[in-house]
Design a protein around this ligand. Structure first.
Ligand SMILES: Cc1cc2nc3c(=O)[nH]c(=O)nc-3n(C[C@H](O)[C@H](O)[C@H](O)COP(=O)(O)OP(=O)(O)OC[C@H]3O[C@@H](n4cnc5c(N)ncnc54)[C@H](O)[C@@H]3O)c2cc1C
Length: 504
């Protein structure tokens, strides 16, 4: 390869001094960036407006219950280990994980269930039992496809800062195309399994990327690899233990945390960030600034007077979610840690939420029961439940402030109808979070799953981690590369650090 072609493929880095770095936000992306930067010898200050780390991976405590507010499905724990390793810390000294088996239980409208077993061969047996030998064989072939997809995507497309599509041209792109990565996800899954229930089970993950399975590209089956093959874990103490551990390790290695401090502006002089201004009028000087606050909101609020790049102005957002947290005396024997309750409707559900901006008429939802794995999250003989109902974001037709109570009642009715009898009666602590609440917490379009992973908002087409016009301003988090979800934002923090350290 010529020297010119090589330099075209290299990603840009921050020029000039980078000794002191301010990170705005202690979400998982910001914590990952802080640890990688501290590990590379930078002097790091994290400024976080809340009183605790974690951002979306937060915690509500109420009457002896501990509710995780955001992610519940932890995949790829090695990506949590990586920022810890950056400062020489051992994962096992900070977190204890349980691998969930089953990773999920799927309940279908016809009353049947399929467990997503931790072991791929146990899963083949489960499929053979419920759907027959042909689909069991199809599953094993699908696993081989997923493994290959992951092997190509991770180093070449995900764990890489991308400034231009030209950086992708070459062997890996051709291999991805030959593998069928640019076909539609639902069609790709159908190539391997015939049973409609399995097709749903192996393609609903498109929703995590903000798309209907019929529209998502098969490259997003990498999410299915992460949860159905590589496995789902749960940390002792709940998901919030993850940001606690990362923040604890960062502090141990000299990172300063300024909790309860809101950044009101990034101080930019002559195309270079010189520090941040806080709500109390303080100026914290920096040689480089990493922004973990939601990228579109950061452009609008922290960089006033600067027009966001066109790519940011035109972002299309993923659907949102209504989450009901319940502490309860009710117990349901046939629930797993994660149960996906599918309605009869399928394509129509995506049309309602994504295209029409309406609520689901025949809901499919995730019901998580964390105390099944860690009873310490509730008082004795009590249980925690987390019901996540996908919903349109705030660009849709629903007035979430006005509809809040009605939708809460709809969730309760749906749960009762789907067989969780006595769900509402057993509740003694309850919290509801709607898209309006996500918006109030600083998430663009009330979309906790960020910009949708359409082709035009993926890889080099997603907002980059380095701003083109402010040479030392770097972004991390779900609205930048590589994307949304715990594994991806941890990678984004590493990519942001690489922009500053030049290592990568
Ligand atoms: C309900 C829900 C369920 C989810 N389920 C899963 C799942 O099961 N598995 C999975 O992998 N992912 C899941 N996700 C996605 C995952 O949680 C997110 O992608 C990830 O946590 C986002 O991290 P982040 O670093 O991008 O941002 P955030 O967590 O939003 O962190 C940004 C931080 O910046 C702070 N901040 C913002 N503005 C300022 C300011 N001006 N000054 C100072 N601080 C500021 C915020 O307070 C926050 O702490 C879920 C998300 C939600 C909400």
């Amino acid at each position: 390869m010529s020297a010119r072609a090589k330099s075209r493929r290299r990603s840009r880095t921050v020029h000039g001094p980078t000794d002191r770095v301010v990170v705005v936000g202690a979400g998982l992306g910001g914590l990952s960036a802080a640890l990688h930067l501290a590990g590379a010898g930078r002097d790091v200050t994290v400024v976080e407006r809340e009183s605790v780390p974690g951002g979306r991976c937060g915690l509500i405590t109420d009457r002896g219950y501990r509710f995780d507010t955001g992610p519940t499905v932890l995949t790829m724990p090695e990506l949590v280990a990586r920022p810890l390793q950056a400062v020489g810390e051992e994962f096992g000294d900070w977190l204890r994980l349980h691998r969930l088996d089953p990773a999920y239980r799927a309940r279908f409208a016809d009353g049947s269930t399929i467990d997503v077993c931790a072991d791929v061969h146990d899963m083949a047996d489960e499929i053979r039992r419920v759907c027959g030998a042909k689909d069991a064989d199809g599953w094993l072939r699908y696993v081989a496809f997923l493994r290959e997809l992951y092997r190509i995507e991770m180093p070449h497309f995900i764990e890489r800062n991308l400034d231009s599509p030209l950086q992708l041209v070459g062997g890996p792109l051709a291999r991805l195309a030959a593998l069928g990565g640019f076909r539609r996800l639902s069609r790709k899954v159908s190539q391997y399994v015939g049973d409609e229930r399995l097709r749903r089970l192996f393609s609903f993950q498109a929703m995590y990327a903000g798309l209907a399975p019929a529209q998502a590209l098969a490259i997003y089956a990498v999410i299915t690899y992460m949860d159905c093959v590589a496995g789902v874990y749960f940390p002792e103490g709940g998901m919030h233990a993850v940001p606690r551990a990362l923040a604890g390790a960062a502090e141990k290695h000299g990172v300063r945390f300024r909790y309860g401090t809101t950044v009101t502006a990034i101080d930019v002089v002559a195309g270079r960030a010189r520090g941040v201004l806080t709500g109390t009028g303080e100026r914290i000087a920096a040689d480089a600034v990493v922004v973990n606050a939601d990228l579109p909101v950061a452009y609008a609020e922290l960089l006033p007077g600067r027009t966001p790049p066109r790519r940011v102005r035109r972002l299309r957002y993923s659907p949102s979610a209504v989450v009901l947290h319940a502490g309860s005396s009710a117990e349901f024997d046939d629930l797993a840690h994660h149960t996906i309750d599918f309605g009869s409707a399928w394509e129509a559900t995506f049309t309602e939420i994504i295209d029409r901006g309406e609520v689901m008429s025949d809901p499919s939802f995730l019901l998580t029961n964390p105390t099944r794995t860690d009873p310490s999250l509730a008082p004795p003989d009590r249980h925690t439940y987390y019901a996540l109902f996908p919903a349109p974001n705030t660009t849709g037709r629903v007035d979430w402030v006005a509809q809040r109570e009605r939708y809460r009642d709809h969730i309760m009715e749906t749960l009762e109808k789907r067989g969780y009898a006595g769900f509402e009666a057993g509740i003694d602590a309850e919290h509801l979070v709607t898209p309006a609440d996500w918006a109030a917490r600083g998430l663009a379009a009330g979309a906790p799953f960020a910009a949708a992973h359409t082709f035009g908002q993926t890889g080099p087409f997603r907002p980059a981690t380095l701003d083109r016009r402010i040479e030392n301003l770097v972004f991390c988090g779900s609205n930048t590369q590589p994307g949304v979800g715990v594994p991806m934002v941890l990678v984004s923090g590493q990519l942001a650090a690489q922009r500053i350290t030049g290592r990568g």
